[in-house]
Ligand binder design. Structure first.
Ligand code: GDP
Ligand code: MN
Length: 399
């Protein structure tokens, strides 16, 4: 789960990582009022969306007056901000953060990530702050400093000092840099984060270290033990299909194609998507309904897949190990009776009680297209979709 910049800054502040004074606003008038409250004569207005690259996309503006803040906000609120991280549909701007502008001496990139290869928290830093990390690693890979944290002992001060030294920081800033790095690490660890990114971390004209931007991502599987973090969830920033799935305990990722997939197991779901592509189609989603494919879960999955208007055929691919195919088949039949499914449905069952499962599908009298192998199922789904298209009878459009 992602959170907004202002929320990440608030969390980091509790761990001694400083940011310029700022305040949140939900309207242009409020933004201007917030600026007066903050005082000073220069502010930065920042669109709060769950994506980076806002600066280049016009979502971060330096303003010198109330009037300028107000007019900047009028052009931001309600708009979709499209950055290189949002995809073409962009993310809606419903909140802005107003921050006192600070004179920047130098910009540093600082990231804490969960490195799956070393199975450690890894610190990535670069003196080339301001640029995205992808750009830095493409253009200035030599500038990247890395350190991994040994979980048994935690982040050590000497590692922090080494990072400050390698970034060429003023020795007077070593101690505050150690505090900043330790603060980020503790915030990361104590909240089960998977990423903390401060880009840029700046050194100001008066030699202070401030986080000008902050991003935090949390491990969804650990949110149950961080209710105060779960509360920060902002559904306006999520793909509505994915929010709906998450609320129903299904693991779903929306994609661009037209073949809806209902699969048990993440690995099988990936293989199913590959096979659909191999057969000349494009999957509309990744959906793992999990191990216990009860009739209720299958029905939920159908509802979710059918709520995507792009879906023009559905492929159900179940491998029953602990599950039983007859049970899953009953679920499919029940789902098709309950949920309005007006596109071709291909079902491939394999594993425990497969014959009984096939019988249930056959006896149901429902127009289910059956397949035995995965490639056959994918070909039939793609075939059914293309057939539908060529007959010009996109059933949904007709309805
Ligand atoms: P991002 O583009 O989504 O990563 O948004 P950032 O919060 O990183 O802002 C983009 C850029 O705006 C930063 O890299 C800074 O160069 C600039 N910026 C942000 N806050 C300030 C500020 O207080 N003073 C000045 N001078 N520039 C700022
Ligand atoms: Mn940034």
């Amino acid at each position: 789960m992602d959170i907004h910049e202002y929320q990440a800054k608030e969390i980091l502040a509790n761990f001694g990582v400083h940011s310029p004074p700022g305040a949140l606003a939900y309207s242009p008038e409020q933004a201007a009022y917030r600026a007066r409250e903050l005082g000073g004569d220069r502010w930065v207005v920042k669109a709060q969306v769950h994506a980076g690259g806002r600066g280049k996309a016009g979502g971060v503006k330096v303003c010198d007056s109330d009037a300028e803040i107000q007019s900047t906000c009028e052009s931001l609120f309600g708009r979709k901000l499209v950055t290189h991280q949002t995809g073409p549909e962009g993310k809606g701007i419903y909140r802005v953060y107003v921050e006192a502008a600070v004179p920047i001496e130098r910009e540093i990139y600082l990231g804490f990530v969960l490195d799956r290869t070393s199975q450690r928290v890894m610190i990535v830093a670069s003196a080339e702050g301001g640029m995205e990390i992808e750009e830095i690693s493409a253009n200035r890979p030599d500038s990247i400093v890395r350190a991994t944290v040994e979980p048994a002992v935690g982040l050590q001060d000497f590692q922090c000092r080494q990072i400050a030294f390698k970034l060429g920081m003023d020795p007077a800033l070593t101690a505050p840099m150690v505090r900043t790095l330790q603060g980020c690490y503790r915030a990361f660890r104590e909240h089960d984060a998977t990423m903390v990114e401060i880009n840029p971390l700046v050194v100001t004209g008066d030699n202070r270290i401030l986080a000008l931007d902050a991003k935090m991502t949390f491990d969804d599987n650990a949110l149950f033990r961080h209710p105060q973090i779960s509360e920060l969830r902002d559904k306006s920033q999520e793909d509505p299909r994915e929010s709906r799935a998450a609320d129903r305990g299904l693991s779903y990722v929306g994609l661009e194609g037209n073949i809806g997939c209902i699969v048990n197991g993440a690995g099988l779901a990936m293989a199913t998507m590959d096979t659909i592509k191999l057969a000349g189609g494009e999957p509309a989603n990744f959906l793992d309904i999990g191990g216990g494919a009860t009739p209720e879960r299958v029905a939920k999955a159908f509802r979710l897949v059918m709520s995507d208007d792009n879906v023009q055929a559905v492929l159900v691919n179940i491998f029953a190990g602990i599950n039983r195919c007859d049970w899953v088949a009953e679920g499919v039949v029940q789902a098709l009776k309950e949920v309005q499914v007006d596109v071709p449905v291909v079902v491939r069952l394999a594993g425990t009680n497969v014959e009984e499962g096939q019988k249930i599908l056959a006896k149901s009298g429902l127009p289910i297209i059956r397949a035995t192998t995965l490639i056959e199922a994918a070909q039939r789904a793609v075939g059914a979709w293309q057939n539908d298209l060529s007959q010009g009878s996109n059933m949904r459009a007709v309805q």
